[in-house]
Design a protein around this ligand. Structure first.
Ligand code: NAD
Ligand code: DAU
Length: 357
């Protein structure tokens, strides 16, 4: 990255959870860069996420689909982006199990289209970055020990993770074959404000507040490594600015939790914030039929990004989780905006057929 002024940065999927946190942080922080947010506005997107920056002069929003190559070409011709940060994806494992087609279209074909547009429009002599935002799920599942490093072989389990693995392979192939200046980050589970409540943490918070069951898959013994979303965004900036072209960087929180322990912790922090007894929430915990192909454990070895780029997470899990819970309690307008018929349909489709264990 040149560090020059007036760079045009194309952010795909910037109205979703991580993309909007990235833009809310980056747009005021880097007034010298122009941020173009291209998003299809699927169910997971919300323009309310971007209220704070929508009038900033270095920000604009364009609704569009990365699966449409002609549309992408027009964006490249008009804005001539020098940096692309590619968040856009179908991101929910359970939805990929009930309906994989969209995951193939957006995550594989959509990524392929952006790579093709870069190949066509980018001058090889220029300093550019195509930053591909990927996931630790491409590595598959760990047992009780060990960590994913950048050299761990790919072994995805769900249609979601297989589609992300496929897009990673395409990104690497474009580096090796065409010398396209790519960078890849593979991050563990994010949490924080603006996360759509189909994912574990916001689903549990909102269900508990409404005294609805807290559905824990299987025995709740699966393990995830949780990272506050803004720490992920800072890591992406470190890689864009200082990371090596053609390389991948793992990002994790060194913060492993069993699902059941995290659900209990949410109940406790929520009870403190609402000044009630946590048993009122804990009694809602319901063990339900497991996710098919459920990966047992994810754990990231972040040595490379910490050693080579100096990245460190800033938020502890205690502070980050409390901030997140407060955010969902204080942002009722946002919460109401996602409670659409489509959301209720998803809850019905995913949970009604899960036998209670
Ligand atoms: P999200 O589902 O909240 O948001 C995805 C965004 O992409 C939405 O705004 C949606 O409208 C947009 N989008 C979907 N299809 C599109 C299309 N065809 N064209 C244009 N825009 C489209 O997802 P997220 O949790 O913010 O994840 C963002 C990225 O980070 C994804 O690539 C995901 O694989 C990756 N990731 C997520 C996590 C996590 O814990 N959430 C962890 C590691 C990596
Ligand atoms: O690891 C990174 C990945 O983390 C990202 O690539 C994905 O986009 C993101 O969705 C996330 O995937 P997970 O499947 O790990 O996240 P989710 O929040 O859906 O589930 C977390 C764990 O909680 C998982 O073990 C399944 C379990 N779970 C989830 C839900 C929604 C439950 O027990 N009950 C639930 O209702």
């Amino acid at each position: 990255m040149t560090g020059g002024v007036n760079l045009n940065i194309l952010v795909t999927g910037g109205a979703g959870f991580i993309g909007s946190n990235f833009l809310n942080y980056s747009v005021p922080k880097y007034p010298q860069f122009n941020f173009i947010n291209l998003d299809k506005l699927t169910y997971a997107a919300n323009l309310l996420n971007l209220k704070k920056i929508e009038h900033n002069s270095n920000y604009c929003f364009i609704q569009g689909d990365i699966v449409n190559y002609e549309f992408l070409s027009r964006i490249f011709e008009k804005y001539k982006p020098e940096i692309i940060i590619h968040f856009a994806a179908e991101s929910h494992v359970d939805r990929s199990i009930t309906g994989p087609a969209e995951f193939i279209n957006t995550n594989i074909i959509g990524t392929f289209n952006i790579l093709e547009a870069c190949r066509k429009y980018w001058d090889k002599s220029d300093e550019k970055v195509f930053h591909h935002v990927s996931t630790d799920e491409v590595y598959g599942s760990l047992g009780d020990t060990g960590f994913f490093t950048e050299d761990t072989g790919y072994n995805p389990s769900s249609p979601y993770s297989a589609s992300k693995a496929s897009s990673d392979h395409l990104v690497r192939a474009y580096y090796r074959t065409y010398k396209l200046p790519v960078k890849i980050t593979s991050c563990s589970n994010n949490y924080g404000p603006y996360q759509f409540p189909e994912k574990l943490i916001p689903l549990m918070i909102l269900n508990a507040v409404e005294s609805k069951p807290l559905p824990v898959y299987g025995k709740g013994e699966n393990i995830r490594d949780w990272l506050y979303v803004e720490d992920h965004c800072l890591a992406i900036w470190d890689v864009i600015k200082k990371g090596k072209t053609g390389e991948a960087y793992n990002i994790g929180g060194n913060n492993e939790w069993k699902n059941i322990d995290i659900v209990n912790k949410i109940c406790e922090v929520l009870a403190e914030e609402m000044d009630v007894d946590s048993s009122a929430f804990k009694k809602l915990i319901t063990f339900v039929k497991d996710r098919p192909g459920h990966d047992y454990r994810y754990a990231i070895d972040s040595t490379k990004i910490m050693r080579d780029l100096g990245w460190r997470p800033k938020e502890t899990f205690d502070t980050g989780l409390r901030k997140t819970i407060k955010w969902y309690l204080q942002n009722r307008k946002w919460v109401e905006s996602i409670k659409t018929g489509r959301y209720q349909e998803w809850l019905k489709a995913n949970y009604d057929k899960r036998i209670i264990l």
